[in-house]
Ligand binder design. Sequence first.
Ligand code: GRF
Length: 214
Amino acid sequence: MTLRPDSSVSLVSPQIQDAFTQSTPLKLGIMASGSGSNFEAVAQAIKDKQLNAQIQVLIYNNPDAYAAVRASNWNVPAVLLNHRDYDSREEFDRQIVQTLRQYDVDWVIMAGWMRLVTEVLIDAFPNKIINIHPSLLPSFKGSRAVEQALATGVKIAGCTVHLVCLEMDSGPILMQAAVPILPDDTPETLHARIQVQEHRILPQAIALAAQQAS
Ligand code: GRF
């Protein structure tokens, strides 16, 4: 008998039927440190009319983040705020808040933002900051979540979209997707399968958060 989970299996909860419910478009500010595939997924969902929103600005903190290239391809303004140029996390966050306000942002989406945030940002957008994390929280907080899941030997991995609070990867959960871990998974193969689900649930969870807030 061969025991081999089906790699195409996934489970999303909660299931929402129609994310395109807002009568006025949500004004999103996206923050990313790296590749920006989640930025792209949100932009595509907006284009496909699965999410009624517009991306006002991308803020990125690494000069070579590919997310900036994606923003340019989508004609979204991209602002580089390099944390290395600031003396404290608070000072950095003050600049982020100023930029988000300048671009008239309502909802802040941390899509691969690899910096801890302070109360400066949290207090400026209460209950309106959303993060995506590549684990089934509350398991495997912090960096290298996919590696942690593999090392621990769990059989199901996944991703979580949640509201951001001061404690890292800990705010109220909006939506999760689960995927099986395969016997020969590497961090790369597992992360790739998790990202397929991230791209699916992030736009839906943004709509859900807005719906819950209204
Ligand atoms: C995602 O796996 C996300 O969960 C984590 O960072 C990664 C960002 O990926 N917070 P990308 O830059 O959106 O491709």
